[in-house]
Design a protein around this ligand. Structure first.
Ligand code: ADP
Length: 518
Protein backbone atom coordinates (compact mmCIF):
# COMPACT_ATOMS: atom_id res chain seq x y z
CA UNK A 1 0.00 0.00 0.00
CA UNK A 2 1.10 3.49 -0.80
CA UNK A 3 2.82 4.95 2.24
CA UNK A 4 1.16 8.27 1.65
CA UNK A 5 -2.16 9.11 3.13
CA UNK A 6 -2.40 5.80 4.87
CA UNK A 7 -3.30 6.98 8.37
CA UNK A 8 -6.59 7.99 9.89
CA UNK A 9 -6.89 10.47 12.73
CA UNK A 10 -9.76 9.86 15.15
CA UNK A 11 -10.68 12.61 17.59
CA UNK A 12 -12.62 11.20 20.53
CA UNK A 13 -14.03 13.99 22.68
CA UNK A 14 -15.51 12.37 25.78
CA UNK A 15 -17.05 13.60 29.01
CA UNK A 16 -13.93 13.18 31.11
CA UNK A 17 -11.18 13.42 28.51
CA UNK A 18 -10.28 14.41 24.98
CA UNK A 19 -8.21 11.98 22.93
CA UNK A 20 -6.65 11.58 19.54
CA UNK A 21 -5.91 8.13 18.18
CA UNK A 22 -3.98 7.49 15.02
CA UNK A 23 -4.99 4.36 13.10
CA UNK A 24 -3.07 2.77 10.25
CA UNK A 25 -4.61 1.62 6.99
CA UNK A 26 -5.51 -1.74 8.60
CA UNK A 27 -7.45 0.14 11.30
CA UNK A 28 -4.92 -0.76 13.97
CA UNK A 29 -4.39 1.90 16.61
CA UNK A 30 -0.76 3.02 16.40
CA UNK A 31 -0.59 6.09 18.65
CA UNK A 32 -2.82 7.87 21.09
CA UNK A 33 -2.76 10.88 23.32
CA UNK A 34 -5.32 12.03 25.88
CA UNK A 35 -5.92 15.06 28.07
CA UNK A 36 -8.34 15.01 31.02
CA UNK A 37 -11.22 17.47 30.91
CA UNK A 38 -12.10 19.74 33.82
CA UNK A 39 -15.62 19.29 35.20
CA UNK A 40 -17.36 22.48 36.30
CA UNK A 41 -20.21 22.23 38.82
CA UNK A 42 -21.76 25.71 39.16
CA UNK A 43 -24.82 24.51 41.12
CA UNK A 44 -26.44 21.35 42.40
CA UNK A 45 -27.21 19.15 39.39
CA UNK A 46 -25.48 21.49 36.93
CA UNK A 47 -22.43 20.31 34.95
CA UNK A 48 -20.47 22.41 32.50
CA UNK A 49 -17.33 22.20 30.33
CA UNK A 50 -15.11 25.00 29.08
CA UNK A 51 -15.52 24.81 25.30
CA UNK A 52 -12.26 26.59 24.67
CA UNK A 53 -10.43 24.03 26.81
CA UNK A 54 -12.05 21.24 24.75
CA UNK A 55 -10.85 22.71 21.46
CA UNK A 56 -7.34 23.39 22.77
CA UNK A 57 -7.10 19.82 24.07
CA UNK A 58 -8.34 18.33 20.78
CA UNK A 59 -5.75 20.33 18.87
CA UNK A 60 -2.94 19.43 21.28
CA UNK A 61 -3.85 15.71 21.13
CA UNK A 62 -4.00 15.75 17.34
CA UNK A 63 -0.62 17.46 17.14
CA UNK A 64 0.87 14.98 19.63
CA UNK A 65 -0.09 11.89 17.61
CA UNK A 66 0.95 13.48 14.32
CA UNK A 67 4.41 14.35 15.60
CA UNK A 68 7.09 13.16 13.21
CA UNK A 69 4.55 12.34 10.53
CA UNK A 70 3.86 14.54 7.63
CA UNK A 71 0.30 15.69 8.02
CA UNK A 72 -0.09 14.81 4.36
CA UNK A 73 0.19 11.15 5.44
CA UNK A 74 -3.24 11.36 7.01
CA UNK A 75 -6.06 10.44 4.67
CA UNK A 76 -8.91 11.76 6.77
CA UNK A 77 -10.15 12.86 10.18
CA UNK A 78 -13.04 11.18 11.99
CA UNK A 79 -14.76 12.80 14.95
CA UNK A 80 -16.70 11.15 17.74
CA UNK A 81 -18.00 12.96 20.78
CA UNK A 82 -19.98 13.04 23.99
CA UNK A 83 -23.54 13.54 22.78
CA UNK A 84 -26.20 16.13 23.75
CA UNK A 85 -23.67 18.49 25.37
CA UNK A 86 -24.59 21.89 23.99
CA UNK A 87 -22.98 25.24 23.42
CA UNK A 88 -23.41 28.52 21.59
CA UNK A 89 -20.66 30.72 20.18
CA UNK A 90 -20.22 33.95 18.32
CA UNK A 91 -19.93 33.32 14.58
CA UNK A 92 -17.87 36.44 14.06
CA UNK A 93 -15.23 35.92 16.72
CA UNK A 94 -15.53 32.17 17.23
CA UNK A 95 -15.71 32.77 20.99
CA UNK A 96 -18.01 30.60 23.13
CA UNK A 97 -20.81 32.69 24.66
CA UNK A 98 -21.10 30.45 27.74
CA UNK A 99 -19.66 27.21 29.06
CA UNK A 100 -21.00 24.11 27.32
CA UNK A 101 -23.89 22.51 29.21
CA UNK A 102 -23.06 18.84 29.66
CA UNK A 103 -25.48 15.96 29.00
CA UNK A 104 -25.57 15.12 32.72
CA UNK A 105 -26.81 18.62 33.60
CA UNK A 106 -30.31 18.62 35.10
CA UNK A 107 -31.18 22.34 34.91
CA UNK A 108 -33.88 21.70 32.32
CA UNK A 109 -35.81 19.39 34.68
CA UNK A 110 -38.54 21.89 35.71
CA UNK A 111 -39.09 22.87 32.08
CA UNK A 112 -39.41 19.22 31.04
CA UNK A 113 -41.85 18.59 33.87
CA UNK A 114 -43.96 21.56 32.75
CA UNK A 115 -44.03 20.37 29.15
CA UNK A 116 -44.97 16.88 30.30
CA UNK A 117 -47.82 18.33 32.31
CA UNK A 118 -49.08 20.00 29.15
CA UNK A 119 -49.23 16.52 27.62
CA UNK A 120 -46.50 17.19 25.06
CA UNK A 121 -44.29 14.17 25.65
CA UNK A 122 -46.05 11.74 23.32
CA UNK A 123 -45.85 14.13 20.37
CA UNK A 124 -42.19 14.90 21.02
CA UNK A 125 -41.35 11.21 21.29
CA UNK A 126 -43.16 10.47 18.06
CA UNK A 127 -41.05 13.04 16.24
CA UNK A 128 -37.67 12.64 17.88
CA UNK A 129 -37.64 9.14 19.37
CA UNK A 130 -36.61 10.72 22.69
CA UNK A 131 -38.30 11.14 26.04
CA UNK A 132 -38.89 14.56 27.55
CA UNK A 133 -35.78 14.74 29.68
CA UNK A 134 -33.20 17.48 30.37
CA UNK A 135 -30.55 14.99 29.19
CA UNK A 136 -31.17 16.11 25.59
CA UNK A 137 -30.03 19.40 24.03
CA UNK A 138 -33.32 21.26 23.51
CA UNK A 139 -33.85 22.56 27.04
CA UNK A 140 -30.12 23.27 27.40
CA UNK A 141 -30.19 25.47 24.30
CA UNK A 142 -33.43 27.10 25.43
CA UNK A 143 -31.76 27.93 28.74
CA UNK A 144 -28.72 29.43 26.98
CA UNK A 145 -30.85 31.57 24.69
CA UNK A 146 -32.82 32.88 27.66
CA UNK A 147 -30.01 33.36 30.13
CA UNK A 148 -26.89 34.44 28.27
CA UNK A 149 -26.93 38.20 28.50
CA UNK A 150 -26.69 40.45 25.48
CA UNK A 151 -27.42 37.78 22.88
CA UNK A 152 -30.12 39.75 21.18
CA UNK A 153 -28.05 42.89 21.31
CA UNK A 154 -25.52 41.28 18.99
CA UNK A 155 -27.40 42.50 15.99
CA UNK A 156 -29.66 45.46 15.45
CA UNK A 157 -32.05 43.63 13.17
CA UNK A 158 -35.65 44.15 14.09
CA UNK A 159 -37.11 40.90 12.86
CA UNK A 160 -36.98 37.86 15.09
CA UNK A 161 -34.87 35.80 12.73
CA UNK A 162 -32.24 38.53 12.79
CA UNK A 163 -32.08 38.67 16.55
CA UNK A 164 -29.51 35.93 16.93
CA UNK A 165 -27.75 36.57 13.64
CA UNK A 166 -24.25 36.03 14.94
CA UNK A 167 -25.01 33.14 17.24
CA UNK A 168 -24.15 29.55 16.34
CA UNK A 169 -25.42 26.52 18.24
CA UNK A 170 -23.70 23.18 18.18
CA UNK A 171 -23.01 19.95 19.95
CA UNK A 172 -19.31 19.18 20.51
CA UNK A 173 -18.81 17.70 17.03
CA UNK A 174 -20.00 20.98 15.46
CA UNK A 175 -17.70 22.96 17.72
CA UNK A 176 -14.69 20.87 16.69
CA UNK A 177 -15.62 21.04 13.00
CA UNK A 178 -16.06 24.82 13.23
CA UNK A 179 -12.63 25.21 14.82
CA UNK A 180 -10.85 22.71 12.57
CA UNK A 181 -12.17 24.49 9.48
CA UNK A 182 -11.67 27.92 11.08
CA UNK A 183 -15.32 28.82 10.80
CA UNK A 184 -15.82 27.63 7.24
CA UNK A 185 -18.17 24.78 8.15
CA UNK A 186 -21.06 24.86 10.62
CA UNK A 187 -22.36 21.32 10.47
CA UNK A 188 -23.30 18.28 12.50
CA UNK A 189 -24.13 14.69 11.61
CA UNK A 190 -27.41 12.82 11.82
CA UNK A 191 -26.50 10.88 14.96
CA UNK A 192 -25.71 14.00 16.96
CA UNK A 193 -28.71 15.85 15.53
CA UNK A 194 -30.94 12.99 16.64
CA UNK A 195 -30.01 13.70 20.30
CA UNK A 196 -31.01 17.35 20.30
CA UNK A 197 -34.79 16.79 20.55
CA UNK A 198 -35.11 19.34 17.73
CA UNK A 199 -34.52 16.97 14.81
CA UNK A 200 -37.27 14.86 13.31
CA UNK A 201 -36.27 11.23 12.78
CA UNK A 202 -38.81 10.69 10.01
CA UNK A 203 -38.28 13.82 7.93
CA UNK A 204 -34.56 13.84 8.85
CA UNK A 205 -34.69 17.62 9.23
CA UNK A 206 -34.92 20.21 11.99
CA UNK A 207 -38.53 20.25 13.11
CA UNK A 208 -40.18 23.66 12.75
CA UNK A 209 -42.74 23.10 15.50
CA UNK A 210 -40.11 21.94 17.99
CA UNK A 211 -37.92 24.93 17.15
CA UNK A 212 -40.92 27.12 17.91
CA UNK A 213 -41.69 25.32 21.15
CA UNK A 214 -38.14 25.81 22.44
CA UNK A 215 -37.71 29.30 20.94
CA UNK A 216 -34.81 28.27 18.69
CA UNK A 217 -34.20 30.33 15.53
CA UNK A 218 -33.41 28.09 12.55
CA UNK A 219 -30.46 30.29 11.54
CA UNK A 220 -28.34 29.34 14.56
CA UNK A 221 -28.50 25.60 13.84
CA UNK A 222 -25.81 23.62 12.03
CA UNK A 223 -26.33 21.98 8.67
CA UNK A 224 -27.07 18.26 9.19
CA UNK A 225 -25.06 15.79 7.10
CA UNK A 226 -24.75 12.03 6.89
CA UNK A 227 -22.14 10.61 9.30
CA UNK A 228 -20.05 9.46 6.40
CA UNK A 229 -20.03 12.85 4.74
CA UNK A 230 -17.96 15.83 3.78
CA UNK A 231 -17.41 18.14 6.74
CA UNK A 232 -14.78 20.31 5.09
CA UNK A 233 -11.00 20.23 5.53
CA UNK A 234 -8.87 21.23 8.47
CA UNK A 235 -7.16 24.57 8.11
CA UNK A 236 -3.56 23.86 6.98
CA UNK A 237 -2.20 26.18 9.68
CA UNK A 238 -3.49 23.88 12.42
CA UNK A 239 -2.08 20.43 11.58
CA UNK A 240 0.39 21.25 8.85
CA UNK A 241 -1.87 20.19 6.00
CA UNK A 242 -5.47 20.40 4.90
CA UNK A 243 -6.97 17.08 6.00
CA UNK A 244 -10.54 16.24 4.99
CA UNK A 245 -13.02 15.55 7.79
CA UNK A 246 -15.00 12.62 6.41
CA UNK A 247 -16.66 10.94 9.36
CA UNK A 248 -18.64 12.20 12.35
CA UNK A 249 -20.78 10.28 14.84
CA UNK A 250 -21.87 10.54 18.45
CA UNK A 251 -19.93 8.21 20.75
CA UNK A 252 -22.48 5.41 21.04
CA UNK A 253 -23.31 5.32 17.35
CA UNK A 254 -19.57 5.35 16.58
CA UNK A 255 -19.12 2.38 18.94
CA UNK A 256 -21.95 0.56 17.18
CA UNK A 257 -20.18 1.19 13.85
CA UNK A 258 -16.83 0.12 15.30
CA UNK A 259 -18.50 -3.11 16.47
CA UNK A 260 -19.74 -3.72 12.91
CA UNK A 261 -23.41 -3.69 13.99
CA UNK A 262 -24.63 -3.17 10.46
CA UNK A 263 -27.59 -5.54 10.27
CA UNK A 264 -30.96 -5.28 11.95
CA UNK A 265 -30.77 -7.18 15.23
CA UNK A 266 -27.04 -6.55 15.81
CA UNK A 267 -26.52 -5.26 19.33
CA UNK A 268 -23.61 -3.77 21.23
CA UNK A 269 -23.24 -2.83 24.85
CA UNK A 270 -20.56 -0.38 26.01
CA UNK A 271 -19.41 -0.47 29.66
CA UNK A 272 -17.58 2.74 30.54
CA UNK A 273 -18.67 5.15 33.25
CA UNK A 274 -22.24 4.38 32.22
CA UNK A 275 -23.57 1.64 29.98
CA UNK A 276 -25.24 2.09 26.61
CA UNK A 277 -26.95 -0.69 24.72
CA UNK A 278 -27.89 -0.08 21.08
CA UNK A 279 -29.69 -2.49 18.83
CA UNK A 280 -29.75 -1.85 15.10
CA UNK A 281 -33.41 -1.92 14.01
CA UNK A 282 -32.87 -1.36 10.28
CA UNK A 283 -34.17 1.28 7.96
CA UNK A 284 -37.56 2.09 9.45
CA UNK A 285 -37.86 4.54 12.33
CA UNK A 286 -38.51 2.31 15.36
CA UNK A 287 -40.86 3.11 18.19
CA UNK A 288 -40.20 1.95 21.70
CA UNK A 289 -43.20 1.12 23.81
CA UNK A 290 -40.98 0.33 26.76
CA UNK A 291 -39.40 3.68 27.60
CA UNK A 292 -36.30 3.18 25.50
CA UNK A 293 -35.13 5.69 22.90
CA UNK A 294 -35.17 5.63 19.12
CA UNK A 295 -32.13 7.19 17.54
CA UNK A 296 -30.29 7.57 14.22
CA UNK A 297 -27.36 5.32 13.39
CA UNK A 298 -24.46 6.26 11.17
CA UNK A 299 -26.22 4.48 8.30
CA UNK A 300 -25.16 1.86 5.85
CA UNK A 301 -23.87 2.32 2.36
CA UNK A 302 -26.57 0.11 0.89
CA UNK A 303 -26.20 -1.23 -2.60
CA UNK A 304 -24.23 0.37 -5.33
CA UNK A 305 -26.65 1.66 -7.93
CA UNK A 306 -25.77 2.20 -11.50
CA UNK A 307 -27.18 5.26 -13.12
CA UNK A 308 -25.79 7.80 -15.52
CA UNK A 309 -25.47 10.46 -12.91
CA UNK A 310 -24.39 8.31 -10.00
CA UNK A 311 -22.08 5.84 -11.64
CA UNK A 312 -21.73 2.97 -9.17
CA UNK A 313 -21.86 5.31 -6.23
CA UNK A 314 -23.18 3.78 -3.07
CA UNK A 315 -26.55 5.02 -1.96
CA UNK A 316 -26.53 5.75 1.73
CA UNK A 317 -29.33 4.20 3.62
CA UNK A 318 -30.66 5.64 6.81
CA UNK A 319 -30.52 3.25 9.74
CA UNK A 320 -31.96 3.49 13.20
CA UNK A 321 -31.47 1.96 16.60
CA UNK A 322 -33.28 1.48 19.84
CA UNK A 323 -31.11 2.59 22.71
CA UNK A 324 -31.15 2.03 26.43
CA UNK A 325 -28.77 3.56 28.93
CA UNK A 326 -27.68 2.91 32.49
CA UNK A 327 -26.21 5.93 34.26
CA UNK A 328 -23.88 4.03 36.59
CA UNK A 329 -21.81 1.08 35.31
CA UNK A 330 -18.01 1.44 35.73
CA UNK A 331 -18.82 4.42 37.95
CA UNK A 332 -19.90 2.03 40.70
CA UNK A 333 -16.42 0.46 40.59
CA UNK A 334 -14.92 3.96 40.78
CA UNK A 335 -17.11 4.67 43.79
CA UNK A 336 -15.94 1.51 45.57
CA UNK A 337 -12.38 2.58 44.87
CA UNK A 338 -12.54 6.33 45.55
CA UNK A 339 -15.24 6.73 48.18
CA UNK A 340 -15.19 3.44 50.09
CA UNK A 341 -11.53 2.60 49.47
CA UNK A 342 -12.46 -1.09 49.08
CA UNK A 343 -10.39 -1.36 45.90
CA UNK A 344 -6.96 0.04 45.13
CA UNK A 345 -7.58 -0.20 41.38
CA UNK A 346 -10.67 -0.93 39.29
CA UNK A 347 -9.21 -4.19 37.87
CA UNK A 348 -8.89 -5.55 41.45
CA UNK A 349 -12.67 -5.97 41.36
CA UNK A 350 -12.17 -9.15 39.35
CA UNK A 351 -10.18 -11.07 41.98
CA UNK A 352 -12.45 -9.74 44.75
CA UNK A 353 -15.62 -10.90 42.96
CA UNK A 354 -14.10 -14.33 42.33
CA UNK A 355 -13.42 -14.93 45.99
CA UNK A 356 -16.76 -13.57 47.26
CA UNK A 357 -18.97 -16.00 49.21
CA UNK A 358 -22.45 -16.73 47.92
CA UNK A 359 -24.71 -14.09 49.40
CA UNK A 360 -28.29 -14.84 48.44
CA UNK A 361 -30.51 -11.84 48.79
CA UNK A 362 -27.69 -9.29 48.60
CA UNK A 363 -28.44 -6.58 46.03
CA UNK A 364 -26.66 -3.32 45.33
CA UNK A 365 -28.82 -0.79 43.47
CA UNK A 366 -26.42 1.97 42.33
CA UNK A 367 -29.10 4.59 41.65
CA UNK A 368 -26.73 7.41 42.63
CA UNK A 369 -28.27 9.84 40.17
CA UNK A 370 -31.68 8.25 39.78
CA UNK A 371 -32.52 5.35 37.50
CA UNK A 372 -32.20 5.51 33.71
CA UNK A 373 -33.98 3.33 31.18
CA UNK A 374 -36.42 1.72 31.44
CA UNK A 375 -37.38 3.23 34.82
CA UNK A 376 -36.57 6.92 34.21
CA UNK A 377 -36.88 7.80 37.84
CA UNK A 378 -34.70 10.82 38.65
CA UNK A 379 -35.79 10.71 42.31
CA UNK A 380 -34.55 7.16 43.06
CA UNK A 381 -31.39 6.84 45.17
CA UNK A 382 -28.95 3.99 45.72
CA UNK A 383 -29.14 1.24 48.32
CA UNK A 384 -27.48 -1.99 49.40
CA UNK A 385 -30.15 -4.47 50.47
CA UNK A 386 -29.98 -7.82 52.18
CA UNK A 387 -26.93 -7.15 54.38
CA UNK A 388 -26.04 -9.81 56.92
CA UNK A 389 -23.19 -10.09 59.43
CA UNK A 390 -21.03 -12.25 57.17
CA UNK A 391 -21.09 -9.82 54.21
CA UNK A 392 -17.66 -8.34 53.59
CA UNK A 393 -15.94 -6.24 50.99
CA UNK A 394 -15.68 -8.97 48.40
CA UNK A 395 -19.43 -9.62 48.52
CA UNK A 396 -20.16 -5.90 48.13
CA UNK A 397 -17.85 -5.71 45.10
CA UNK A 398 -19.55 -8.73 43.59
CA UNK A 399 -23.00 -7.28 44.20
CA UNK A 400 -21.88 -4.06 42.47
CA UNK A 401 -20.74 -5.94 39.36
CA UNK A 402 -23.93 -8.01 39.47
CA UNK A 403 -25.95 -4.78 39.45
CA UNK A 404 -24.45 -3.79 36.11
CA UNK A 405 -25.49 -7.20 34.74
CA UNK A 406 -29.04 -6.96 36.13
CA UNK A 407 -29.45 -3.47 34.71
CA UNK A 408 -28.30 -4.77 31.34
CA UNK A 409 -31.00 -7.42 31.61
CA UNK A 410 -33.56 -4.69 32.40
CA UNK A 411 -32.65 -3.02 29.10
CA UNK A 412 -32.58 -6.28 27.17
CA UNK A 413 -36.03 -7.27 28.46
CA UNK A 414 -37.44 -3.94 27.24
CA UNK A 415 -35.58 -4.27 23.95
CA UNK A 416 -36.81 -7.80 23.42
CA UNK A 417 -40.41 -6.58 23.66
CA UNK A 418 -39.76 -3.68 21.28
CA UNK A 419 -37.97 -5.93 18.82
CA UNK A 420 -40.76 -8.50 18.83
CA UNK A 421 -43.26 -5.71 18.09
CA UNK A 422 -41.03 -4.58 15.19
CA UNK A 423 -40.87 -8.13 13.80
CA UNK A 424 -37.17 -8.57 14.57
CA UNK A 425 -35.82 -11.88 15.71
CA UNK A 426 -34.56 -12.54 19.22
CA UNK A 427 -31.18 -11.35 20.37
CA UNK A 428 -28.62 -14.10 20.65
CA UNK A 429 -25.27 -12.45 21.24
CA UNK A 430 -24.14 -9.26 22.87
CA UNK A 431 -21.02 -7.52 21.52
CA UNK A 432 -19.39 -5.76 24.44
CA UNK A 433 -16.74 -3.07 24.79
CA UNK A 434 -15.57 -0.30 27.14
CA UNK A 435 -13.18 -0.27 30.12
CA UNK A 436 -15.15 -2.74 32.27
CA UNK A 437 -15.02 -5.62 29.81
CA UNK A 438 -11.34 -6.21 30.55
CA UNK A 439 -12.84 -7.97 33.58
CA UNK A 440 -13.35 -11.65 32.62
CA UNK A 441 -15.43 -12.40 35.69
CA UNK A 442 -17.80 -9.58 34.81
CA UNK A 443 -18.15 -10.78 31.18
CA UNK A 444 -18.93 -14.34 32.31
CA UNK A 445 -21.42 -13.09 34.89
CA UNK A 446 -23.05 -10.93 32.21
CA UNK A 447 -23.54 -14.02 30.05
CA UNK A 448 -24.90 -15.96 33.06
CA UNK A 449 -27.32 -13.30 34.24
CA UNK A 450 -28.63 -12.28 30.80
CA UNK A 451 -28.63 -15.74 29.21
CA UNK A 452 -26.91 -14.33 26.12
CA UNK A 453 -23.57 -15.17 24.59
CA UNK A 454 -21.18 -12.30 25.29
CA UNK A 455 -18.64 -11.52 22.56
CA UNK A 456 -15.59 -9.43 23.39
CA UNK A 457 -13.64 -8.16 20.39
CA UNK A 458 -9.87 -7.73 20.25
CA UNK A 459 -10.15 -3.95 19.91
CA UNK A 460 -12.39 -2.63 22.67
CA UNK A 461 -11.69 1.03 21.79
CA UNK A 462 -14.66 0.83 19.49
CA UNK A 463 -15.73 4.47 19.72
CA UNK A 464 -12.55 5.87 18.16
CA UNK A 465 -12.40 2.88 15.84
CA UNK A 466 -15.90 3.65 14.57
CA UNK A 467 -14.92 7.25 13.81
CA UNK A 468 -11.80 6.02 12.01
CA UNK A 469 -13.87 3.55 9.96
CA UNK A 470 -16.32 6.26 8.93
CA UNK A 471 -13.45 8.52 7.85
CA UNK A 472 -11.61 5.62 6.19
CA UNK A 473 -14.67 4.65 4.13
CA UNK A 474 -14.95 8.25 2.96
CA UNK A 475 -11.28 8.35 2.06
CA UNK A 476 -11.42 5.03 0.21
CA UNK A 477 -9.09 3.14 2.59
CA UNK A 478 -11.95 0.69 3.11
CA UNK A 479 -14.32 -0.19 0.33
CA UNK A 480 -17.46 -1.17 2.20
CA UNK A 481 -18.88 -2.42 5.45
CA UNK A 482 -17.83 -5.92 4.42
CA UNK A 483 -14.22 -4.81 4.91
CA UNK A 484 -15.08 -3.69 8.42
CA UNK A 485 -17.04 -6.80 9.30
CA UNK A 486 -14.09 -8.88 8.08
CA UNK A 487 -11.76 -6.98 10.41
CA UNK A 488 -13.93 -7.53 13.49
CA UNK A 489 -11.97 -10.09 15.47
CA UNK A 490 -13.20 -12.03 18.50
CA UNK A 491 -10.98 -11.97 21.56
CA UNK A 492 -13.16 -14.20 23.71
CA UNK A 493 -16.68 -15.59 23.77
CA UNK A 494 -18.46 -16.11 27.10
CA UNK A 495 -21.26 -18.69 27.08
CA UNK A 496 -24.05 -18.56 29.66
CA UNK A 497 -23.37 -21.33 32.16
CA UNK A 498 -26.14 -20.67 34.71
CA UNK A 499 -29.44 -22.56 34.67
CA UNK A 500 -32.41 -20.50 33.51
CA UNK A 501 -34.28 -21.15 36.76
CA UNK A 502 -31.49 -19.73 38.84
CA UNK A 503 -31.02 -16.78 36.53
CA UNK A 504 -34.70 -15.89 36.67
CA UNK A 505 -34.87 -16.32 40.43
CA UNK A 506 -31.94 -13.96 40.94
CA UNK A 507 -33.46 -11.46 38.53
CA UNK A 508 -36.77 -11.45 40.41
CA UNK A 509 -34.81 -10.53 43.53
CA UNK A 510 -33.25 -7.64 41.63
CA UNK A 511 -36.65 -6.38 40.50
CA UNK A 512 -37.84 -6.42 44.13
CA UNK A 513 -34.73 -4.48 45.20
CA UNK A 514 -35.34 -1.84 42.52
CA UNK A 515 -38.92 -1.43 43.70
CA UNK A 516 -37.64 -0.69 47.17
CA UNK A 517 -35.52 2.31 46.12
CA UNK A 518 -38.27 4.04 44.16
P1 ADP B 1 -15.26 6.23 29.93
O1 ADP B 1 -14.97 6.19 28.44
O2 ADP B 1 -16.70 6.39 30.27
O3 ADP B 1 -14.38 7.19 30.68
P2 ADP B 1 -13.87 3.65 29.99
O4 ADP B 1 -14.42 2.87 28.84
O5 ADP B 1 -12.49 4.18 29.91
O6 ADP B 1 -14.90 4.77 30.47
O7 ADP B 1 -13.98 2.69 31.27
C1 ADP B 1 -13.60 3.12 32.52
C2 ADP B 1 -14.54 2.55 33.56
O8 ADP B 1 -14.39 1.14 33.64
C3 ADP B 1 -14.25 3.11 34.93
O9 ADP B 1 -15.48 3.49 35.51
C4 ADP B 1 -13.63 1.94 35.70
O10 ADP B 1 -14.10 1.93 37.04
C5 ADP B 1 -14.14 0.73 34.97
N1 ADP B 1 -13.14 -0.36 34.89
C6 ADP B 1 -11.93 -0.31 34.29
N2 ADP B 1 -11.30 -1.49 34.38
C7 ADP B 1 -12.13 -2.33 35.06
C8 ADP B 1 -12.07 -3.70 35.46
N3 ADP B 1 -11.02 -4.46 35.15
N4 ADP B 1 -13.12 -4.20 36.13
C9 ADP B 1 -14.20 -3.44 36.41
N5 ADP B 1 -14.32 -2.16 36.05
C10 ADP B 1 -13.30 -1.60 35.38
Amino acid sequence: MNRHKSFLLALDQGTTSTRAILFDAQARPVRSHGIPLRQIYPANGWVEHDAREIWQAALACARAVLKGLQAGDVAAIGITNQRETSLIWDKKTGAPLHNAIVWQDRRGAPRCAALKKRGLETGITRKTGLLLDPYFSATKLEWLLKNVKGLKGRSVGASRSDQYKDVAFGTIDSWLIWNLTRGKVHATDVTNASRTMLWNLKTRAWDASLLKLFGVPRAILPDVRESRGDFGTSDPMLLGAAIPILGVAGDQQAASFGQACFAAGDVKSTYGTGCFVLVNTGEKVPRSRNRLLATALAGSSGERVRSKRLAARPVRKAQYAIEGSIFIAGAVVQWLRDELGILAHAPDSEAMARRAKAAPGLYFVPAFTGLGAPYWNPGARGAILGLTRDIGRAEIVRAALDAVCYQTRDLLEAMRRDMAAAGLSRLRALKVDGGMVANDWFCQRLADLTGLTVDRPVVTETTALGAAYLAGLGAGLFQSEHDITARWALDRRFHPAMKKRERDLLYRGWLRAVTQVQ
